[in-house]
Design a protein around this ligand. Sequence first.
Ligand SMILES: Cc1ncc(C[n+]2csc(CCOP(=O)(O)OP(=O)(O)O)c2C)c(N)n1
Ligand SMILES: [Mg+2]
Length: 365
Amino acid sequence: MPQSATASTGNSKPRLSDELSNDRLLEWLRSMQLIREFETRTMQAYQQAKIGGFCHIYSGQEACAVGTIGSVNHDDPVVLAYRDHGHALARGMDPKACMAEMFGKVEGCAKGKGGSMHMFDKPNWLFGGHGIVGAQTPLGAGLAFAARYEWEVMSKGGKKVALCYLGDGAIDQGAFFEALNLAALYSLPVIYIIENNGYSMGTAIHRHSANSDNLLARGEAFGMKSVKIDGLDILNVYDQFKPLVDECRDLQRPAFVDFKTYRYQGHSMSDPQKYRTKEEVDQFKEKDSIANLLGHLMNERDAINEDSWKAMRKEIQEEVREAVQFAENATDPDIEELFTDVYANPQPNLSPTAEYKHGAKNPLL
Ligand SMILES: Cc1ncc(C[n+]2csc(CCOP(=O)(O)OP(=O)(O)O)c2C)c(N)n1
Ligand SMILES: [Mg+2]
């Protein structure tokens, strides 16, 4: 049985999320459950050695991707760190393209060249997962600059807001401070969302970051509006995040969010998790965001019942099973594929011809 929603406090104070329709919330529930199921099957495929390389599971953090992406427009650009499957699905990426990418197949969203950490989807305005910690933060400023330039200078389209996600382990990277400075200096419409799951690999935040109880001070130091959000309750996410999006869009300004969340699985697929107890994980599972929204929809809105929830889960299981099947049957890339899409303007010594690959002399030597 789902828990009753913490979202509904019982007092009558109206909340922004009250205006969300049942259909919209059911869509969010579906999206969060799709991510959870997708990640379960990803772990299985990894354990069967069908997926290789680094792979980071998003289970537990679903309310962040679904609630924040659900608060912006489809053409607001999004850029991510490497724990990126959930955001990609929330943005609308086809689970088949996402799974095929991890299987290293041509039908993957990056032709199988990126794998788990590099989910890109141009039609869905998704500018990637990035494996270098903090590397996406200047890109977030760049996307916001481009969006503002297009609207203000080129008079094309409307005002946009870029979302840039990073982990708590990225907050002390130099590139992030440079990005914050430029975003504030040029008043760029980018929201930096720290997905604060409390750990950078196996190191707890208070052991890797100074003044970690007050992350907002980092945003405030650059004069940015800085907000702390309890990320386990998706209605609360919307209540707090949507007004921030509206303000950043309207005033074309940056913002900083300390988004409190928790990951259920280890850092990556190979993590013995010696740094935390099972009791700690269980405590967070008791506040699970999917159970929380389900409880709200069942008990407060009467929008779903046990049978329709079971049917929804079954349909999702089928969708993910099909994605795995698709990935298995998809095409292995040809060796030539290694040399395409690597550089936009190939230099002679970086674009080997067939002869060059077979041992011809490098013409530049
Ligand atoms: C510049 C750089 N340094 C170190 C690493 C190795 N590394 C990969 S993930 C990670 C931890 C990042 O943790 P966090 O930002 O909190 O994200 P989470 O895994 O919790 O989502 C580290 C140190 C890296 N990829 N890039
Ligand atoms: Mg972290």
